[in-house]
Design a protein around this ligand. Structure first.
Ligand code: ZN
Length: 192
């Protein structure tokens, strides 16, 4: 398992509802936490590790021995209130940062890995991370939500990621689109 980078097509894939959780998926979640901590992130969505499933993890402390590890399965985010601008980055576009305007408070309903219901109203950093990760599950990246002038500022960096992706795909280090989609469909038929 590894964190995939922009413009990998799975990052634009609409993740599917999870209908069963097995041991393998549970260990995948554990592995996601390790990858997230190694990359110094505070949140990670399943499609960032090439799993097309409605699930994301977070720990706003960013440290394995600190804070609370949260897993959200089949989340629904609604009831946005207020707005706040803050700088964001993304483990799938490492090194790129930009200001994003988001609601400062949201409500989230989801399930944890044991099937318990999660129902929370959140604000501050937690609300921001939840919205960023929820976007991932719908194929949306933070760079889609920034101003035109900010887009111009990071255009070259994004282009470098595109060139890198193309060369990896040409060198067969990343499968072609058909093979990627076939694998996603297999995972979906197992869990969704
Ligand atoms: Zn991200």
């Amino acid at each position: 398992m590894e964190i995939i980078h922009y413009p990998h097509p799975t990052l634009r894939h609409n993740s599917k509802t999870i209908r069963r959780i097995d041991r393998e998926l549970q260990s995948a979640v554990r592995e996601m936490f390790e990858l997230m901590y190694d990359a110094r992130g505070i949140g990670l969505a399943a499609n960032q590790v090439d799993l097309p499933l409605q699930m994301f993890i977070l720990n706003v402390s960013g440290e394995p021995d600190n804070g609370e590890e949260l897993v959200f399965v089949n989340p629904v985010v609604d009831q946005p209130k207020g707005s706040q601008v803050s700088e964001e980055g993304c483990l799938s576009i490492p090194g790129v940062h930009a200001d994003v305007n988001r609601p400062s408070q949201v409500h989230i309903m989801a399930y944890d890995l044991a099937g318990n219901e999660i129902d929370m109203v959140v604000d501050g950093l937690l609300a921001r991370v939840i919205q960023h990760e929820y976007d991932h599950l719908h194929g949306v990246l933070f760079v889609d939500r920034i101003s035109d002038s900010a887009k111009k500022q990071i255009a070259q960096e994004l282009e470098a990621f595109e060139l890198e992706f193309n060369s990896l795909q040409l060198g067969k280090k990343i499968p072609d689109e058909t093979a990627i989609l076939k694998r996603l469909t297999e995972i979906e038929s197992r869990y969704c």
